[in-house]
Design a protein around this ligand. Structure first.
Ligand code: GRF
Length: 221
């Protein structure tokens, strides 16, 4: 059971691109006064646009480029070394577009959290919005979950749901899902920062205080 005292938890965020989820986390942490600090933002590519924004906020940044490494294991080892410089309590994958090795995932077991743009277990992997449209589901969304060695799988902390509307393109649906990502993700990471999240023996998640863990998109939001 994590301590819910005044501990300040250290968070490292991993990104691959524009970093709008990372930005939502940083802003919520500051504006809501989480008992946490964003210790670093680390990108899987040097041209990740989010790096510039994070650096402008005074956050430590770093980038590793997978093409500079001979293997997935070598990249993950270098990534872990960079992360460990910041001694994080939690490592948050915010649009981090790389499959991680089991060694990396196990190193951060119980401390590694991802957001995936679908209602898992539906649509793991890429192109989730096109997959949703192709199957005709009427509801789609996002999932914040602990990471296990199985891709886009693991104990669910929170989900956000959006309707699929007539005439939606993958881009329109992605935009709607992103809005609910920006609600569900900061709230779920805040629960982590507050030490309220535990994993149960049957691989489910408990959140102290039993808050609503389903976020629902509304057109007015
Ligand atoms: C988000 O939809 C995230 O769920 C997915 O990729 C997108 C990243 O967006 N994995 P951003 O970089 O956070 O803006």
């Amino acid at each position: 059971m994590p301590e819910t005292s005044t501990t300040t938890r250290r968070i490292v965020i991993l990104i691959s691109g524009r970093g709008s989820n990372m930005q939502a986390l940083v802003e919520a942490c500051r504006q809501q006064g989480w008992p946490a600090s964003i210790a670093a933002v680390i990108a899987s590519r040097p041209d990740a646009a989010g790096l510039e924004w994070a650096a402008a906020q005074g956050i430590a940044t770093a980038a590793l480029y997978h093409k500079d490494y001979a293997s997935r294991e070598a990249f993950d080892a270098a990534l872990a070394a960079e992360i460990d410089l910041h001694a994080p309590d939690y490592v948050i994958l915010a649009g981090f577009m790389r499959v991680l090795t089991p060694g990396f995932v196990n190193r951060y077991s119980g401390r590694l959290v991802n957001i995936h743009p679908s209602l898992l277990p539906a649509f793991p992997g890429l192109h989730t919005h096109a997959q949703a449209l192709a199957t005709g589901v009427r509801v789609h969304g996002c999932t914040v979950h602990f990471v296990t060695p199985v891709l886009d799988h693991g104990p669910i902390i929170a989900q956000g749901c959006v309707p699929v509307l007539a005439g939606d393109t993958p881009e329109m649906l992605a935009e709607r899902v992103l809005e609910v990502e920006h609600q569900a993700f900061p709230t779920a990471v805040r629960w982590l920062a507050e030490g309220r999240v535990t994993l149960t023996n049957d691989h489910r998640v408990d959140v102290q205080g039993d808050p609503d863990r389903l976020f629902t998109w509304s057109a007015a939001a």
